[in-house]
Design a protein around this ligand. Structure first.
Ligand SMILES: Cc1cc2nc3c(=O)[nH]c(=O)nc-3n(C[C@H](O)[C@H](O)[C@H](O)COP(=O)(O)OP(=O)(O)OC[C@H]3O[C@@H](n4cnc5c(N)ncnc54)[C@H](O)[C@@H]3O)c2cc1C
Length: 270
């Protein structure tokens, strides 16, 4: 079993009524690769001495002094309730090692990388996009993130969306970057980025397999998914992952495994 360490909460705030941004002090020897998750433990008040543990994807950059997480708050759920009571300066628990295989080394470099997420499933990409590797390894980097509505899109500060905040490698490769937010509950005009250029688009109510298969994504991005040229990552809601992966298989994409590289990698959040 991994060693457990006590860590200090350096910042915690509700960025929405159902999303908590948690930042903890990063232990000096804590290593991780973008896309990996931490196991966090919080003491529950229900039973004295009991700790509730959950996987949480690390959203901050690997070189940073803190570990940042965007965590959903679900009323009356085991981890959410004690998390809501945590304050800056409190101690929580962290497994001393990071976990997971939802990382870019699942793929060979080259071609386009498509990053699909629902809700807080965007977290692994927030981290990947802050590191050079993804910008250097792929010809196009396409982030497609779905949220119930615009209020759930709280990740601007961690995304490469404004020129002033881009690092040198992001700026140099910005022509490769596209971002399409999809708001599933409302038809809204949303600001997309297509190959580094801001553009408006109306997009809503559609599942990923729908907007891939009906050509809506191709129309905006002037690009399409193919087994030859694309790698695809899917993160978040297991139903989204199942239906999208099934559709991608009809395009001849295969799951990428250690002993047999393919084009699809997935991270189910529950
Ligand atoms: C590899 C991995 C990485 C994860 N990374 C994150 C992360 O970065 N941020 C995060 O918020 N959660 C993440 N999760 C989910 C997280 O572990 C917890 O499930 C979540 O914090 C809720 O805990 P809970 O005890 O309050 O509810 P739980 O008892 O864990 O879940 C109750 C129900 O809530 C729903 N649910 C669970 N997680 C989510 C979610 N994220 N969004 C919407 N509905 C959900 C599911 O229907 C689930 O059955 C991750 C899970 C895994 C396996």
């Amino acid at each position: 079993m991994a060693q457990t360490i006590n860590v200090t909460v350096t910042s915690i705030r509700m960025v929405k009524s159902n999303i908590i941004r948690l930042e903890i002090f990063r232990p000096a020897d804590y290593q991780f690769v973008p896309g990996q998750f931490a196991r966090i433990g919080i003491s529950s008040d229900d039973k004295v001495g009991s700790t509730v543990w959950r996987a949480q994807t690390i959203a901050s950059r690997p070189e940073g002094p803190a570990l940042t997480f965007y965590i959903v708050y679900l009323e009356n759920q085991q981890f959410s309730e004690p998390l809501k009571r945590i304050k800056q300066g409190d101690q929580i628990f962290l497994d001393a090692v990071s976990y997971g295989h939802f990382t870019l080394d699942r793929f060979s470099a080259g071609g386009d990388i498509w990053l699909f997420s629902t809700g807080s499933g965007i977290a692994p990409y927030l981290c990947m996009l802050q590191q050079k590797k993804i910008w250097e390894d792929f010809a196009n980097i396409i982030l497609i993130s779905s949220f119930k509505d615009e209020t759930q899109f709280v990740y601007e500060e961690s995304l490469p969306l404004t020129f002033e905040r881009l690092s040198s490698f992001q700026l140099e490769n910005y022509h490769k970057f596209s971002f399409v937010p999809v708001f599933t509950r409302k038809k809204v005009v949303s600001e997309c980025i297509v190959k580094g250029i801001k553009t408006d688009s109306v997009f809503s109510g559609a599942y990923f397999e729908e907007i891939i298969s009906n050509g809506a994504l191709n129309l905006i991005l002037k690009n399409s998914i193919s087994a030859k040229n694309s790698k695809v990552m899917l993160s978040g809601n297991p139903n989204m992952i199942k239906t999208t992966r099934n559709y991608l298989k009809t395009l001849d994409l295969r799951s990428s495994r250690r002993d047999s590289p393919g084009q699809i990698a997935v991270e189910n959040y529950w």
